[in-house]
Design a protein around this ligand. Structure first.
Ligand code: ADP
Length: 490
């Protein structure tokens, strides 16, 4: 089947054109229907009026025919005159047919003596009025029975009056005047309709322009934002839809701004963090150069400081690289079955010397053996960062307790310490890049402020979660929950 594809017509994709067409068609169809209905109604009414008019005249005439015994003797001039008058009045033809179906009178004078056996005449003979409108040839044909009251005398009974059909009047009257009036009306209606179409056209054009205007405004506002003229929120409150579009765009813009701000903040933080060790190195080197005959001990001491700053720079760069890796997709994960108990034990063994230095007790409690599908390198990073922090932000002679547990779905690692704790308002921020509760203290103990950001990134890549509870001065507990099996999302 041939199918017309409107989408292929480029102009049909314009909202303006669509609104114009809808309003125009919706306006046009009723006006055409109303015009047609009015004309048809007039025609029906005119035909029915004429029919009943003529029928009344015919009935009167039928009575006269009986009175003058016209069916038996057509010599009555009075009746002839009446018949001719009726025929002239309605621009038609009258035929009088007797009960033998023979035409006794034809006002055209051509069918007299002929027999007429039409359905209408037969029906009329049975006492029925008929009428038929033929719009094509412009006439109404009708029949009415000529009724006669006869007295019937049955033997032994009183005479009974009986109405019998003695003949039929077959009449056709012209409807030319109806057709003429219809033509005049139709012409007038056409003029009105042309005016209505013009009005609808103008209304459609105005409606299409008015309804599309808010969308044009929003496009203009958007292109202004695109071209960078303004950062003001978009507001086109002409209609609800454009208001919603404006709100949605504003939301996207503000989200982009937040992203942009955080990116800028990150870049400035990175530059600052990277610059600090370099500034120290420069100061140390300059002060050595500025002095003559520097004692070797001082050289040694400054060189140690310079080496320390270089280590720090190296740590920041390594942490940044680790963080960038976390930002990549989870497909970078190198998943394998890892014995988590063994992993925690190894990490704690590696970190024990730092704990011992500050006389911090390191306790490990494994509730059950756990093997999970994880990226070993990243999981090592997670656990060591948490344990390292628990040691770093602890008090002398404190303790750190690591607990490993699992259920049928997840394993949990809890790292609790007896350290300085985290203030409640900082608890949500510790995962942010470069966030440190006490900058100078963190710097002193070699922190970069990136550890927990890296930790959280790695946990999220494993579809796990991390949460912390802390009491200032009492200690902190970080709880990490990771699924035992890794389900990659395609
Ligand atoms: P940093 O390299 O400074 O340790 P992190 O991202 O690992 O950076 O931690 C962010 C901040 O959170 C730290 O500077 C510290 O103030 C706080 N913090 C992290 N772990 C602990 C903890 N166990 N006890 C107290 N404070 C902590």
């Amino acid at each position: 089947m041939l199918k017309f594809n409107f989408k292929k017509l480029k102009f049909m994709r314009s909202l303006k054109v669509r609104i114009f067409l809808i309003v125009f068609i919706v306006g046009l169809i009723p006006s055409i229907i109303v015009r047609q209905a009015i004309l048809q109604n007039y025609e029906e009414r005119a035909v029915s009026l004429r029919t009943s008019d003529v029928q009344t005249q015919l009935k009167i005439l039928a009575n006269h025919l009986i009175t003058y015994h016209y069916l038996q003797d057509t010599s009555s001039e009075v009746i002839d005159a009446e018949l001719n008058m009726l025929a002239n009045l309605y621009d038609g033809r009258v035929l009088i047919i007797n009960n033998n179906l023979r035409v006794v009178k034809d006002t055209y004078g051509i069918s007299e003596g002929k027999t007429i056996i039409s359905e209408e005449v037969i029906r009329c003979m049975k006492g029925e009025n008929t009428s038929k409108y033929d719009p094509e040839n412009g006439y109404i044909e009708m029949t009415i029975p000529i009724m006669e009251t006869l007295e019937v005398q049955e033997t032994g009974k009183n005479p009974v009056k009986n109405d019998v059909v003695s003949g039929v009047m077959l009449t056709s009257v012209s409807t030319d005047y109806i057709t003429t009036t219809l033509e005049i009306l139709s012409r007038k209606a056409l003029v009105v309709e042309v005016m209505v179409v013009l009005a609808i056209f103008i209304v459609s054009v105005l409606a299409s322009f008015a309804l599309v205007k808010p969308f044009e405004k929003i496009t203009e506002a958007l292109s202004q934002v695109k071209e960078g003229y303004t950062n003001d929120p978009i507001s086109v409150s002409d209609c609800l839809e454009t208001e919603h579009i404006g709100d949605a765009v504003n939301e996207v813009l503000s989200r982009m701004k937040v992203l942009d701000d955080s990116r800028q903040e990150f870049v400035s933080n990175v530059s600052h963090e990277l610059k600090t060790p370099i500034t120290s190195i420069k100061v140390l080197a300059d002060s050595l150069r500025a002095q003559e005959n520097v004692p070797i001990e001082l050289y040694q001491e400054f060189m140690d400081d310079i080496a320390e700053e270089i280590d720090r720079e190296d740590k920041i760069i390594n942490d940044l690289l680790a963080l960038v890796k976390m930002d990549r997709t989870a497909s970078d994960l190198n998943i394998s079955q890892v014995d988590i108990n063994l992993l925690v034990e190894l990490i704690m063994k590696r970190l024990r010397p730092i704990a011992v230095k500050r006389d911090i007790e390191l306790v490990y409690e494994s509730i059950r053996p756990v093997t999970a599908a994880v990226d070993e390198v990243k999981m090592t990073l997670v656990i060591s960062n948490l344990v390292e922090n628990a040691i770093k932000y602890n008090k002398e002679h404190g303790w750190v307790k690591v607990t490993l547990d699992a259920d049928h779905q997840f394993f949990t690692i809890e790292v609790a310490d007896s350290g300085i704790g985290i203030p409640a308002d900082s608890l949500d921020h510790v995962y942010e890049r470069f966030y440190r509760v006490d900058k100078s203290h963190s710097r002193e103990i070699g922190g970069t402020g990136l550890g927990l950001a890296i930790t959280r990134g790695a946990i999220l890549m494993h579809r796990g979660s991390i949460k912390a509870v802390s009491e200032e001065g009492e200690g902190t507990t970080f709880t990490v929950k990771i699924p035992l099996t890794y389900i990659a999302v395609s």
